[in-house]
Design a protein around this ligand. Sequence first.
Ligand SMILES: [Zn+2]
Ligand SMILES: [Zn+2]
Length: 425
Amino acid sequence: MKIPAVKGFRDVLPDESIRWWVLEERARAVFHRYNFREVRIPIVERTDLFQRSIGETTDIVEKEMYTFADKDGTMLTLRPEGTASVVRAYVEHALAQHERVSKLYYFGPMFRRERPQKGRLRQFSQIGAELLGRDDAAADAETLLLLYDLLAAFAIEGAEVQLNSLGCHTCRPAYREALVTWGRAHFDELCDDCRRRVDQNPLRLLDCKQPGCAAIRDSAPRMLDHLCAECQAHFARVRELLRREGAEPRLNPYMVRGLDYYCRTAFEVVASGLGAQNAIGGGGRYDGLVRALGGPDVAGIGFALGVERLVMVLGERALEADVRPEVVVLPVGEAAEALAVAVAHRWRTGGVRVEVESAGRSLKSQMRQADKHGARFVVIVGEDELAGGALTVRDMDARRDHPRALGVHLTAEELRAALARLSAA
Ligand SMILES: [Zn+2]
Ligand SMILES: [Zn+2]
């Protein structure tokens, strides 16, 4: 009996995992240019970490977490996002005492028990970055420029960054009241979820996807019109610094982000070519979070990008980094086997990507196989080659044979030089 994968969990097979690999390599290179360093956080945390950071009344905490009791009764949760864990680690290891600013990035799987639908997985992966220890507008601008540089490194066409400000503890309470008043006035037009949100989490009224709610939100008050003087100045400065660098995110007054702890700058990235599920990531400022999790009063800003959606829109340009074999070695006949293994081993040790076919099949079927690997050069080890001490090369692109063109003792370096000569010939 076959045992299938669990619903909402999937395998990433080699044709796709090359895209993951390219994505990670490119992301690391960009992170390091911004002096972000990697943190590896555990997959399991205590449940109250997420209740306290994400917020009790969010969909994630209410409905979507994989939570279970450990054998000693401790409630544990598979992490639904990365920020809470990074901040927990930041507080636990007292990083604030060792460095004024911490710039951390992470890769890894997250878990949310969402309703299974196309493109919605229960295990999904994120690339994330957190900048802790700065509350100035330049930190927001740098974080957004990092995001823009990542999107450029992934060669994503038609990605759009959207920006909003969510205010602060000075200006948001009054705005929240204005939203509650508006929600009560439109109570009959709201969906069931939103009727519940009016008092519990009124900001979420703005990003409801139900057509009825979306239709009336134009009449809702906007945070951008209710910002205090400090928030206004901060937001204007962020936009000014970005504009100087040629980055002009689109204002989206209805973007509120799902998590309770966001304040001031909030942003999302949407990509074309993904249909309705077009958000590929987002983030924002969360100045109260470190303290809420038992740490010092340290500001923070960060974002996360969804890897599954990124690999779908990853530009072909980004895939130039190739991991296919450069050379396929074909032993023709059992006698050629040992020599084929020996030359392949020597070249691989020298850094060449080499595939070796198994001996004992017809040259024709081996050639067909070699073609599938996508290598430009096939090196044939046959009886003539064994006798003559030289190997035949077939150039698959030029469809041309070079009989006994390579000595059997070539080093990897000499092989590369010889293949370059042959491709130029
Ligand atoms: Zn404010
Ligand atoms: Zn609604």
